[in-house]
Design a protein around this ligand. Structure first.
Ligand code: APR
Ligand code: MG
Length: 291
């Protein structure tokens, strides 16, 4: 009973264990990440501006075996992003959503809404960010679908910032910020998902699990696109732990927590005098399984 009284309501999470990539590795072992998002090549006029490309870049640098990116509001079609030739651009229709890990909603706007029902039905492992979260918040049918996923053992990680969390909870952002642990817990219960409530002291929570508060990161991350980078890193973490069976909430929480830790750690170790941009952050992303 002493233990129960003194048990923390959240763990301040420590540094994740580092693993070694086996000598005879094959890219198929590190998982596919499919990014469905937007702000495409045409609209921005160049590749690195897009939220989905940032997420894809981060997933790649975080060690995903293959990264496919579909730009929903662009006109790129299949092709290459000349600044990141490793990213495989696909048209949304050509994606196989039931394979690997899907990261959805980094940009894409209204076009995400049209795709989301199919994504929620098919993706085995799913990270929902930004525009996808706003679409879910506005649509009861999508919310039911999200809960159905959990019943079928399909893993979903939500990565809201406080305003996105507020929309999902039909609250104000101030209310979310006043008790971030409570807000994260409400999100896990309401949507039966793993939740990464972003911002200073990111909370990582999962149904039935003790939540974690991330100790890394700082105000340098307060720049557009760093959230997209995190979504890609979480996607890579889920993809890298794909051993043919579905993840438990505990496992998904741990993987998300590790990704959040490393994302913040990059900012903490950032060289003085060098601006932290999302593109640079993505390229600094650390492999979960270093060589
Ligand atoms: N301390 C620690 N981490 C921080 C801090 C901080 N002070 N500030 C930001 N972060 C981290 C968050 O925890 C999160 O991982 O940086 C990331 C920011 O992610 P988002 O809030 O999703 O921001 P992002 O999507 O990259 O860009 C913001 O989204 O809402 C729109 O219009 C808004 O243009 C803006 C864009
Ligand atoms: Mg964001």
């Amino acid at each position: 009973s002493w233990f129960l009284r003194s048990a923390p309501t959240a763990w301040l999470s420590g540094a994740p264990a580092r693993r070694t990539r086996p000598f005879a590795s094959h890219k198929g072992q590190f998982g596919d990440v499919t990014v469905l998002g937007g702000e495409g090549l045409r609209r921005r006029g160049m590749g690195m501006g897009g939220a989905a490309l940032l997420a894809g870049s981060a997933a790649l640098h975080a060690g995903a075996g293959r990264v496919l990116v579909a730009l929903l509001d662009g006109d790129a079609g299949p092709g290459i992003d000349v600044s990141q030739p490793e990213l495989m651009l696909r048209s949304p229709a050509a994606l196989q959503l039931d394979q690997g890990t899907v990261v959805c909603g980094c940009g894409g706007g209204e076009a995400v809404v049209e795709q989301l029902a199919a994504v929620l039905r098919q993706a085995r492992r799913l990270v929902l960010d930004a525009d996808a979260l706003n679409a879910v918040a506005a649509d009861d049918t999508l919310q039911d679908q999200l809960r159905d996923r959990a019943r079928h053992g399909l893993m979903t990680v939500l990565t809201p910032h406080p305003l996105e969390a507020a929309r999902l909870l039909h609250q104000g952002a101030a209310e979310v910020q006043a008790d971030r642990l409570a807000a994260a817990a409400q999100l896990t219960e309401r949507y039966a998902c793993v939740v990464v409530l972003k911002g200073s002291g990111t909370v990582i929570a999962a149904p039935g699990c003790v939540p974690a508060v991330n100790p890394t990161g700082n105000g340098r991350l307060a720049t557009a696109g760093t959230g997209d980078v995190l979504a890609g890193m979480v996607g890579a973490a889920l993809a890298g732990a794909d051993h043919g069976h579905e993840l438990t909430p505990e496992q998904a929480l741990d993987l998300a927590r590790d990704a959040v830790y490393r994302h913040g750690e990059l900012a903490d170790l950032w060289p003085a005098g060098k601006a932290l941009t999302a593109g640079r952050l993505a390229r600094q992303a650390v492999q979960q399984q270093p060589d």
